[in-house]
Design a protein around this ligand. Structure first.
Ligand SMILES: [Zn+2]
Length: 75
């Protein structure tokens, strides 16, 4: 199995660090080498949190509709 290595120092252990990015509305998750702190990748925070927020809003709206329907049915 291939094991990822830092392109700068060759170390093979990485950490995640949430960091603000100027000019971007979401924080990024920077994947960094734990040995030399070189950034090897960035995960887009908004790509997965934004859809989850929308799903949460939809569930809340559906719960309200169900409650209203139950009330209208007298249950
Ligand atoms: Zn490194």
């Amino acid at each position: 199995m291939v094991k990822p290595k830092c392109p700068k120092c060759g170390h093979d252990t990485f950490g995640a660090l949430e960091q603000q990015i100027n000019g971007y509305m979401y924080n990024g998750i920077f994947i960094c080498c734990v040995e030399c702190e070189t950034t090897v990748g960035v995960l887009d925070y908004g790509n997965y949190l934004k859809p989850l927020g929308k799903i949460s809003e939809d569930i809340t709206a559906l719960k309200e509709e169900v409650a209203q329907l139950k009330e209208a049915l007298g249950k």
